[in-house]
Design a protein around this ligand. Structure first.
Ligand code: SF4
Length: 493
C-alpha cells in the first residue's frame, strides 16, 4: 500500500469495515416484486458514507419497488434520481454538491426527471438544501423514507417536497431490505438507529436523531431468512451497538429499560448477539460499531462462547489523551479504554481490534498527541480509520471550541499516525504467517482471476488460489505471505 498522505477523508483504509472508497457513489438494481404493478417509472440511487447509509439505500429500494418503481443503474434512464448523502465531514458534502452539478445536464435532457437527496446531509441542511441546490426536488431525512412515495407525488406536481422529521420509533423493522449489488454471501442488518452519545465533534445525533433499538424478533427473522437464501455472514449495524436494548413491555422505556435485566424481558446486545449466532453455526456474525463506554464483558463472553461470532471488534478511541477525550465528550478516559483492551485480551485473546482516530482536535498539544501514538502502540490495532479534525457546523465543538490547530500540524500528526498504523498492521499480519485460518470465500480477487478473496474471523482479507472453491464456502487457508493490508495463503485440504 502506497504510503502518501491523502486528503482528510481518504487518509488511510486497510480493510473494508466502512464502505471502502471504491463503493462511494455506488448505484444498484432491484427486481420489483411481481405482485406489484409497475408504475412505468424507474429510480436510480447512489449511496455515500457509512454502512448505515448503504443499508438504508436497501430499505429505500424496497419501499420504491413496493410502490411500483423499477430500478436502473443508468441515471440518464431514470425518472427519479436519488443521492443518499453523508455529512460526517465537509469533503463528503462537497462530493455530493459536485455530483449534483453533474446531474444538471440530465434534468435538461429528461423532461420530468426528479432529483432527490436523502441521508445525513439532507437532514443537516433541511429546506436550505433547496435554496443552495436549485435542481433538487425532494429532501428526505433518514427517518422519512416511508413517506417517499408521497413526496414523489408532490414533486411530480412541480412543488418541492421535504420531510426531515426525525423519529423516536422508526426502525423500518418490517421492511425487507433489498440486497443490492450483494455478493450473496455477506449482508448488513441494522439493529439500532440514531445515537444518544453527544461526542462534541459529531453530527450524527443531529442527522440521525435519538437512539432506538429494533425488535430482536425481526432481527433474528432477517438473519434466518438471509441464511436460508445462502448468506453465510451478517454484520449487525448501529452507531453504538453496545447500547442495544429492546423489550416488548411498553412500560419499560428510557432509564427503566436501561436498568432492567434480561429476566425482566429486556434483550441487551450480548443476548442479541447470541440469538443471531444460534440461527446456525454456519452463519458468521460480525457487528459494528462498539463504544468503549458501553462495551460490557458480557459481549466479550458471548464472543468467546460462540465460534461463529467473529473475533474482531471495531472500538473507536478517537484520542489517546484523557483531557482531549473529555473535550470530545467521549465519556471515558485513557485508563478506561486501556482496561477495555485488556478485557478483550483476557476474554477473547485471538480477537483483532481496529479503531477510529482524529488528530488535531481543538487545543490538542504535541504531548497529548503523543498519547494517541502510545495508545496505538499499546492496543496494537490491526487497522484503523484516521482523519484530522474537520469542524462540523452545529456540533457542540463548533459552538464551544476554536478550531485552533493549524492544518499543516493536523496533517503532519495524521501522517505520523498513518505511518505508525502501517507498521502495526504489517507486524499484526506478519504474526499470522504460518498460521491456518478458516476463511469465508467472498469473491474473485481484484488482482487475479485465479485467486479468490475472503476474510478470516479477525476481519482480515485473505487471498488464496481459486481451485474449485465457490463464494459462500468455508475453506482452511495456511498463510504463507502478507502485506500490511492482505494475507496470502494456500488451501489446506
Ligand atoms: S458515538 Fe459519538 S461519534 Fe459515534 S455516532 Fe454517536 S455521537 Fe457520533
Amino acid at each position: 500500500m502506497e504510503n502518501k498522505l491523502y486528503n482528510n477523508e481518504l487518509a488511510f483504509e486497510l480493510a473494508t469495515k466502512k464502505i471502502d472508497e471504491s463503493r462511494q457513489g455506488e448505484t444498484l438494481t432491484v427486481e420489483r416484486p411481481s405482485t406489484t404493478a409497475s408504475n412505468g417509472k424507474k429510480f436510480y440511487i447512489e449511496s455515500y458514507g457509512c454502512q448505515m447509509n448503504f443499508a438504508d439505500s436497501e430499505v429505500v429500494a424496497s419501499i420504491l419497488s413496493q410502490s411500483g418503481f423499477d430500478s436502473t443503474t443508468e441515471f440518464t434512464d431514470a425518472d427519479l434520481i436519488l443521492l443518499n448523502t453523508c455529512a460526517i465531514r465537509d469533503n463528503a458534502e462537497q462530493r455530493v454538491r459536485h455530483r449534483l452539478q453533474h446531474l444538471q445536464s440530465v434534468k435538461k435532457k429528461k423532461k420530468g426527471a426528479l432529483i432527490g437527496v436523502l441521508g445525513c446531509m439532507a437532514e443537516r441542511l433541511k429546506e436550505k438544501f433547496l435554496e443552495e441546490e436549485k435542481i433538487v426536488d425532494i429532501v428526505a431525512g433518514p427517518d422519512a423514507y416511508r413517506s417517499l412515495p408521497l413526496l414523489i407525488e408532490e414533486a411530480e406536481t412541480g412543488q418541492k417536497a421535504v420531510n426531515v422529521l426525525l423519529s423516536r420509533e422508526e426502525t423500518y423493522a418490517e421492511i425487507n431490505p433489498v440486497r443490492l449489488n450483494s455478493n450473496g454471501v455477506t449482508a448488513f442488518i441494522s439493529i439500532t438507529r440514531g445515537c444518544d452519545n453527544m461526542c462534541s465533534f459529531c453530527v450524527v445525533p443531529f442527522t440521525r436523531g435519538r437512539e432506538r433499538s429494533r425488535d430482536y424478533e425481526s432481527i433474528v427473522a432477517e438473519a434466518k431468512e438471509l441464511f436460508e437464501k445462502g448468506y453465510r455472514e451478517v454484520t449487525l449495524l448501529g452507531q453504538n451497538v453496545d447500547s442495544y436494548r429492546y423489550s416488548k413491555d411498553p412500560k419499560l422505556v428510557g432509564k427503566k429499560l436501561v436498568d432492567a435485566k434480561y429476566d425482566e424481558g429486556v434483550v441487551n446486545f450480548a443476548r442479541l448477539l447470541e440469538m443471531v449466532a444460534e440461527v446456525s453455526p454456519l452463519l458468521r456474525v460480525r457487528f459494528s460499531t462498539s463504544h468503549p463506554k458501553d462495551m460490557t464483558d458480557d459481549v466479550l463472553h458471548a464472543m468467546a462462547k460462540h465460534p461463529n461470532i467473529c473475533k474482531y471488534i471495531h472500538l473507536p478511541v478517537q484520542s489517546g489523551n484523557s483531557r482531549v477525550l473529555e473535550l470530545m465528550n467521549r465519556t471515558y478516559d485513557r485508563e478506561w479504554y486501556m482496561q477495555r483492551i485488556e478485557a478483550i485480551r483476557n476474554i477473547v485473546p485471538d480477537a483483532a481490534v481496529s479503531t477510529d482516530i482524529i488528530t488535531g482536535f481543538c487545543t490538542e498539544t504535541e504531548e497529548e498527541f503523543r498519547d494517541t501514538l502510545s495508545m496505538m502502540e499499546f492496543a496494537k490495532y490491526s487497522m484503523s480509520y484516521m482523519f484530522f479534525y474537520s469542524e462540523r457546523p452545529g456540533t457542540v465543538a463548533a459552538k464551544k471550541y476554536k478550531d485552533d490547530i493549524p492544518e499543516e500540524v493536523k496533517k503532519r500528526r495524521l501522517q505520523e499516525v498513518v505511518d505508525l498504523q502501517m507498521k502495526l498492521s504489517l507486524e499484526h499480519n506478519k504474526a499470522d504467517v504460518g498460521k491456518t485460518f478458516e476463511v469465508l470465500a467472498e469473491g474473485t480477487s481484484h488482482r487475479s482471476e485465479e485467486h479468490l478473496f475472503g476474510r478470516n474471523s479477525q476481519n482480515k482479507v485473505v487471498v488464496f488460489p481459486k481451485a474449485d472453491i465457490k463464494p459462500g464456502m468455508y475453506v482452511q487457508v495456511k498463510v504463507t505471505d502478507c502485506t500490511s493490508a492482505t494475507l496470502k495463503g494456500e488451501l489446506v485440504h
